[in-house]
Design a protein around this ligand. Structure first.
Ligand SMILES: Cc1ncc(COP(=O)(O)O)c(C=O)c1O
Length: 391
């Protein structure tokens, strides 16, 4: 089928919710993609930070093949090994409590919001509030949309769930002021990805931790984009001065399959009880096997060390390029703001023409989320293409 034919199908049958670039990818391996004409691309987007282990990692492919040929699922009314082992692996690698598995990032955050609200009701709070930061992206279900200030449009999707309060992302004082008796949780992406890669300052994170400790509210870190090795540690919070009470994960967690998770600290493991929450596909064996294989690939000290090292090399190169005004990020989660008047979408289009896949998170910004398995040559190759595109 030609690209024109795919576009015709899209036009007739797919809801027009995405702005797709005019390229059909048919194969991937490591950090490389190939289109339908056989043209090779260097992928610095990794399916929006999903393929952190690279496309079609042989150990993840083998785990999926083995499991899907044996047992695909039986529902959560029975036991299977991969789902339970995944809960163990996630809890032991992070906060040490308990895990709810699901199928996407938005669902992981829905679980965190429900847990925080139930916890607040247990503390006698009748109308709990969730404090979020301006610029945050927590998902597109109604509950997570309400937690995403720049998309929470009542005029389009209202009435949205009530009980969300947004504060500026760089103000510890505003955050402290917003947390009070009614606060169920403060929900933060340690590095805001969709906004254009904005690391949240340590002062804001410390203020959030202290305000939560004083008020009894829960600190939730949305690690859906920043987790799974992206910043050079398995979870981004492991390089930060504070630890949260809950983390949410998805994207790269499933090694390419749709897997999400909400992980608690030990004290919060039993807040959600039998019947409080559920999902048909959650923790099914194929997804579980894929996620276990993905974590095994990513949670490797050498790979994580290289992620930090290559991130620093890439960011150093970007800082010297024409039309780059600011470079932000940690590890291989990198964003730039371009000089005023630079057409970021045009730059991304030219990069694609030159065989480099990158992303435009907003006007005047570029975002880079390559597989963590890249080498220094690929970092330099991307840098050279960007120098031509921006020069
Ligand atoms: C930080 C963050 N939270 C939540 C989500 C929502 O995840 P999903 O698209 O899997 O629902 C995303 C997706 O981009 C994200 O980056």
């Amino acid at each position: 089928m030609s690209l024109a034919e795919l576009q015709e199908l899209e036009e007739r049958y797919a809801m027009p919710t995405y702005a797709r670039a005019p390229v059909e990818f048919v194969r991937g391996e490591g950090a490389r993609l190939w289109d339908a004409d056989g043209r090779e691309y260097l992928d610095f987007f990794a399916g929006l930070s999903v393929h952190n282990a690279g496309h079609c990692h042989p150990r993840i492919v083998a785990a999926i093949r083995e499991q899907v040929g044996r047992l695909a699922g039986v529902s959560n009314l029975y036991y299977t090994e991969p789902g339970m082992r995944l809960c163990e692996r996630l809890a032991e690698s992070s906060l040490g409590g308990k895990v709810f598995l699901c199928n996407s990032g938005a669902e992981a955050n829905e679980c965190a919001i429900k847990l925080a609200r139930k916890h607040a009701h247990g503390r006698g709070i009748a109308a709990p509030e969730i404090v979020v930061l301006d610029g945050a992206f927590h998902g597109r279900t109604l509950g997570t949309l309400a937690a995403t200030p720049r998309l929470a449009r009542d005029d389009l999707f209202g009435p949205l769930p009530a009980g969300y309060l947004a504060v500026p992302r760089e103000s510890p004082a505003a955050l402290r002021d917003a947390v009070g008796e009614r606060t169920a949780a403060v929900m933060i992406e340690p590095i805001q990805g969709e906004a254009g890669v904005f690391p949240i300052g340590d002062d804001v994170l410390v203020a959030a931790r202290e305000a939560c400790a004083e008020s009894g509210a829960l600190l939730v870190f949305d690690e859906i984009q920043s987790g799974m090795g992206r910043t050079g540690s398995l979870w981004a919070y492991q390089q930060l001065p504070v630890a949260p009470d809950l983390i949410t994960a998805a994207k790269a967690l499933g090694g390419g399959l749709p897997v999400g998770a909400c992980v608690t600290s030990p004290e919060l493991g039993d807040v959600l009880e039998r019947g409080d929450h559920g999902s048909t596909f959650a923790g099914a064996p194929v997804a579980g096997a894929a996620a276990l294989a993905a974590i095994k690939v990513i949670d490797d000290p050498e790979l994580l060390r290289r992620t930090r090292e290559l991130g620093a090399r890439f960011m150093g190169g970007l800082a010297g390029l024409d039309r780059v005004a600011e470079v932000r990020g940690r590890g291989l989660m990198v964003g730039v703001s371009l000089a005023a008047g630079t057409d970021a979408a045009g730059a991304a289009r030219r990069a694609l023409d030159e065989g480099l896949v990158i992303n435009v998170p907003g006007p005047g910004m570029l975002r880079f989320l390559p597989p963590l398995t890249i080498g220094p040559e690929e970092v330099d190759e991307a840098g050279a293409i960007l120098a031509r595109v921006l020069g």
